[in-house]
Design a protein around this ligand. Structure first.
Ligand code: ING
Length: 314
């Protein structure tokens, strides 16, 4: 039996600092329209898709900082994404800066939303691995202040049954950490949706700059292969407010092969027809965790991560 769906990585070019939500949402809706024309079931947008990558700046004024956040999802400005999903009968995943009111206090997260083809919210995820610094670094051409503006995600690494399979989300730096993939893998994930904003230069380790694209595909290809899952990885690309951001959006198979890849640094739809059943060729053979892991070791990992794997691929 094949569970074939068409997925679309909707790469975005630069978003200027003063771009209104309306103009960005209009760009996203245009890409959703394109995706509907190729009968996509799901469109994936980058991390912090709605705004410029504002952690590159030291922002001390809270009212300016809050201007980059969404205090409700959907909000008036983002409602068109939900309405378009419903109108075009396609799912959408996008990253956004979340301002949440919890137990009477305001909390800020780097989040992503997963919306179904009926326009309803299926689930949301809060980024766990926040790279960069809490304090502005003297002499850095661009800052990377995610630790200053966001709290560590407190929702774990959930999966949802959606689009005919088991779907999970990661955000940007999460993709570099094998345990993030593994917790999804232990829950039999079949499709991982990953938005990213990756600068081409990392002032903390300039010796890595020549390897940014290589290490991006390395972690995607190994994450997919070692966990028997597909991934759709989507970047905010191009020169955004003077900072070069990695394009290279792609769809990766459970084999680790890249099956579709962006060829520009702008708004671009990268489309692939994927068979979720292709995950079984790995989950039921070389990466059959139950068969090839020493049970007590397997149980120990489950206890430690709290992940309960449903049956793979059912
Ligand atoms: N961006 C980058 C990423 O992990 C980074 C930050 C780049 C950290 C390279 C370390 C090395 O792709 C985000 N937003 O996490």
């Amino acid at each position: 039996m094949a569970r074939v769906i068409t997925v679309a990585a909707a790469q975005l070019g630069p978003v200027p600092r003063d771009a209104s939500r309306g103009t960005v949402v209009a760009r996203m809706v245009a890409l959703m329209e394109q995706a509907a024309q190729v009968r996509a079931a799901l469109v994936v947008f980058p991390e912090l898709a709605l705004t410029s990558f504002f952690p590159r700046w030291a922002i001390d004024d809270d009212s300016v900082l809050n201007g980059f956040f969404e205090s409700s999802m959907p909000s008036r400005e983002t409602q068109p994404l939900f309405a378009t999903a419903r109108r075009l009968q396609l799912g959408v995943c996008f990253g956004y800066a979340e301002l949440a009111r919890q137990a009477g206090s305001l909390r800020r997260f780097n989040s992503s939303a997963l919306v179904g083809p009926d326009g309803s919210l299926i689930g949301h995820y809060r980024k766990v691995h926040l790279p960069g610094d809490r304090e502005p670094q003297p002499g850095f051409e661009h800052q990377h202040l995610e630790k200053r503006y966001f709290e560590t995600g407190d929702l774990g690494f959930p999966v949802w049954r959606a689009f005919g399979g088991v779907v999970g989300m990661l955000i940007c730096n999460d993709r570099r950490w094998p345990e993030a993939w593994r917790v999804l893998g232990l829950q039999a994930v079949e499709l991982v949706l990953i938005g990213y904003n990756t600068p081409m230069r990392n002032p903390e380790a300039p010796e890595h700059d020549r390897l940014v694209a290589f290490q991006h595909s390395l972690v995607l290809q190994s994450g997919c292969y070692q966990n028997g899952t597909w991934a759709v990885a989507v970047g905010k690309a191009g020169i955004e407010e003077g900072q070069a951001m990695l394009p290279d959006s792609m769809v990766v198979a459970p084999s680790g092969e890249i099956v579709a890849r962006a060829t520009t640094s702008g708004d671009e739809l990268v489309v692939a027809e994927i068979d979720l059943d292709a995950t079984r060729s790995y989950k039921t053979t070389i990466f059959d965790f139950g068969a090839h892991r020493v049970p007590q070791a397997y149980r120990m990992i489950i206890e430690r991560t709290g992940a309960e794997p449903p049956e793979a691929g059912t």
